[in-house]
Design a protein. Structure first.
Length: 343
């Protein structure tokens, strides 16, 4: 398939070729050993595009075993970038599949013609620095481009091998004891859990509305720094809607006396679950609602024979709690490629 551009005034999914790409794109995201496969999928990437930068043009090129997907970022006629579509957290990778580097090499002439005379800088995220893919990228393009280190992140994950018992065996004795005590107190108090995997836009919208009500009563909502604020509100709305189309969303509500007091939300990428958001009513902050929701989520995932629970970045404000739930860390880097001479 030829390298195509999508005009900014058109919805990406209205192009048949792009719809075909999405099928291949999702399959490659979950089968190419990405550090964060969910964030490589079209659901995550296109939700970001829809909420944060819908006017950007998207560029893609495919082969039977690979695809590359970039978005345009123009600062001036002399300063252009091609970035991953999701260009805020840089969790996903825009190069997927065995021949992705071949596709990138073939696309360079198209980039040169499109942006002449100012060849764009190319930003590639989701790179595992010790991987064969990182090595091949450097070897393939180091003569034509200068490589710059843009940023990096540490992603964390937990194996679900051995089911719930296996998962809990890899947690500390102290953490297990706290979970047992909190679960017992919650049961005595009458806290229950409600699972949802919406399968329609209408169902997703209703569930999202309930999530936002909980969020507004949480410390994040009270501080106006959570998913109830724009553009995060629009982003997660788009994400849950896209996940509903493939029944990949997984949401649990904690409830007490017919009222939602907490929720946990994420999505599946094949057999790997990626957590997104959880919140609970500030009035319940002493009841370990967050931990109980995590435990209920792991229970559900193990019942579905999921293989891994990805929890995203472990470094940063309020991320230390993830150390109790995970045992695997994976570094990902973002590189900027600047042309030395015309390819």
């Amino acid at each position: 398939m030829a390298f195509l551009t999508l005009p900014p005034e058109c919805a990406a999914e209205s192009f048949p070729a792009f719809s075909e790409l999405c099928v291949l794109w999702k399959r490659l995201a979950v089968t190419t050993e990405q550090a964060d496969p969910f964030c490589c999928t079209p659901a995550w990437q296109l939700a970001f595009h829809q909420a944060f930068s819908p006017a950007r043009r998207i560029f893609f090129k495919t082969a039977s075993d690979a695809c590359i997907i970039f978005a345009e970022k123009i600062f001036s006629p002399e300063k252009n970038y091609l970035t991953p579509i999701e260009a805020s957290w840089f969790f996903g990778c825009p190069l997927l599949g065995n021949s992705a580097l071949d596709l990138l090499a073939e696309a360079l002439d198209s980039f040169a013609r499109e942006y002449a005379p100012a060849f764009p800088d190319i930003v590639i995220s989701g790179i595992r620095p010790e991987s064969r893919g990182a090595h091949d990228l450097l070897c393939r393009f180091d003569r034509a481009f200068t490589f710059f280190h843009h940023s990096h992140s540490i992603q964390c994950a937990a194996s679900l091998r051995g089911g719930l018992d296996g998962f809990l065996s890899r947690r500390s004795a102290n953490h297990r004891a706290k979970l047992r005590k909190a679960a017992r107190q919650a049961e005595e108090c009458g806290i229950s859990y409600e699972r949802h995997s919406p399968a329609s836009a209408e169902e997703a919208a209703q569930i999202y509305w309930r999530m936002l009500l909980v969020e507004k009563s949480s410390w994040k909502g009270i501080g106006q720094c959570g998913m109830a604020e724009s553009p995060a509100k629009e982003f997660y709305d788009a994400l849950i809607g896209r996940l509903a189309a493939t029944t990949d969303a997984r949401i649990i509500f904690a409830r007490h006396e017919e009222k939602d007091i907490g929720f946990i939300f994420g999505g599946m990428a094949g057999a790997i679950y990626r957590g997104q958001q959880f919140s609970y009513d500030e009035a319940w902050k002493n009841w370990s609602i967050g931990n109980l929701l995590q435990l209920e989520k792991v229970t559900w995932l193990c019942e579905e024979d999921a293989e891994r629970y990805d929890m995203g970045p472990i470094v940063g404000p309020r991320m230390s709690y993830k150390r109790h739930w995970t045992e695997k860390n994976m570094e990902i880097q973002t590189w900027l490629l600047r042309l030395n001479s015309r390819p």
